[in-house]
Design a binder for this molecule. Structure first.
Ligand SMILES: O=P(O)(O)OC[C@H]1O[C@](O)(CO)[C@@H](O)[C@@H]1O
Length: 384
């Protein structure tokens, strides 16, 4: 790790983005969760209490929830939520939200995902349908163009659909200009260099309209013989609202099959014959950077020819959730990672590395620090 003195991102400054996540987004999310499911009075009360607790109270881990010990976060008990490192505060919040609705408690609500209504709704939009229609057009393009469109589909997730990218060259250029770092050529080479025997690890981010393009990318790489096998890393239970779980992956594959796409059938077969493997490691829901990953996960990534991490949260965990100087090289921040690694991320939080000085200066001149969190910028970074 470079300059480990870079400050950890915290939530205590009322003017900061992390503060607004705890003070505004979390309460709004609790209300949305209450509206989306007819929870019983006890669950509703627990959610109300959590809302009040996160704003005015202190962290109060349940005595019988071992997660707090496993990841050494019980030490935060008794502290204001706003005084925790941002990553820990968010992670603990999601754990408490699941506890409030009885997700881990034996009984009728065990395993019922509070975010599933939102994830399913995303699959059912006209935009999602148009993306699937665009797959036919995509199949007629030269293979390098197909890969490029799929990479950008995976990168932008639910922000821009495949039809948009394939059909509108100007819009494509506009999307390109939003990239603050772009190692896409190197990434395309790594994905297609012809070894044909390799293992790809894709560490998923969100379900719904982000997971669909991730699955289509995996399908393309398997179908064209660029990789023998792919491992898709998922969350073992709901996390950060829309993070993808096994259930969400099955929903997405079923959706692709129901839409009669060839990719859907191929993904179904790849799951059935072991070329596409699902993993849901407990560390995937840990409030810790990947630098602290356990040995079995490290071995798994070490055996991959390439690990591709999706999204903002994975990026924060990959480089460490700190206010690094933005010009810190991506290779230095990820030197510890066991094997070639790539990040596809839209920028939704303060952390950033791997910018050149001119790019950073231009971004700051144009919009202060807003580009870090607005979700309008993205990056593709690779360390071989
Ligand atoms: O879904 P993504 O891309 O991982 O983004 C999640 C991001 O959203 C936030 O939770 C803010 O709402 C960030 O803190 C987090 O990194």
């Amino acid at each position: 790790m470079p300059d480990s003195a870079a400050p950890v991102i915290r939530s205590d400054d009322p003017a900061s983005f992390p503060h607004s996540v705890l003070a505004e987004r979390h309460p709004a999310l609790i209300r949305k969760v209450q509206d989306a499911t007819p929870y019983d009075p006890q669950q509703r009360r627990a959610l109300d209490e959590l809302l009040k607790n996160t704003l005015e109270g202190v962290v109060a881990p349940p005595a019988d929830d071992a997660w707090w010990d496993t990841w050494n976060v019980r030490r935060h008990a008794g502290r204001s939520w706003f005084s925790l490192p941002f990553l820990a505060a968010e992670s603990c919040f999601y754990r408490q939200l699941l506890n409030a609705v009885g997700y881990f408690t034996p009984g009728p609500w065990q395993g019922v995902d509070p975010f599933r209504p939102f994830k399913l709704a995303e699959l059912d939009t006209p935009e999602a349908a148009a993306e699937l229609t665009a797959l036919d057009t995509l199949a007629e393009q030269p293979l390098p163009e197909q890969l490029k469109a799929l990479l950008h589909g995976s990168l932008w997730g639910n922000r821009a659909d495949l039809g948009f990218r394939i059909q509108t060259a100007e819009e494509g250029a506009a999307a390109h200009s939003q990239l603050v770092a772009d190692d896409s050529e190197l990434l395309s080479t790594l994905l297609t260099d012809g070894s044909g025997r390799g293992l790809l690890c894709l560490v998923a981010d969100n379900a719904g309209r982000e997971l669909i393009p991730d699955l289509l990318l995996i399908d393309h790489l398997l179908a064209h013989g660029h990789f023998d096998r792919a491992v898709l890393h998922l969350k073992p239970y709901p996390y950060f609202v829309s993070d993808a779980t096994t259930a969400d992956t099955l929903d997405a594959v079923r959706h692709l099959v129901a839409a009669k796409t060839a990719a859907g059938q191929r993904l179904w077969s790849a799951l059935s014959d072991g070329r596409l493997i699902l993993r849901a490691h407990p560390f995937s829901c840990a409030p810790l950077p990947y630098a602290d990953m356990p040995a079995d996960l490290r071995d798994e990534f070490a055996s991959a020819d390439l690990t591709l991490l999706k999204g903002d949260l994975n990026y924060r965990r990959l480089v460490g959730d700190r206010l690094w100087p933005p010009t810190t090289p991506f290779a230095a921040a990820t030197a510890y990672f066991p094997g070639p690694v790539a990040a596809l991320r839209t920028l939704k939080s303060d952390v950033i590395v791997g910018l050149d000085a001119e790019t950073e200066a231009a971004l700051v001149a144009a919009e202060g620090q807003r580009w870090r969190t607005s979700g309008t910028r993205a990056l593709i970074q690779v360390r071989v």
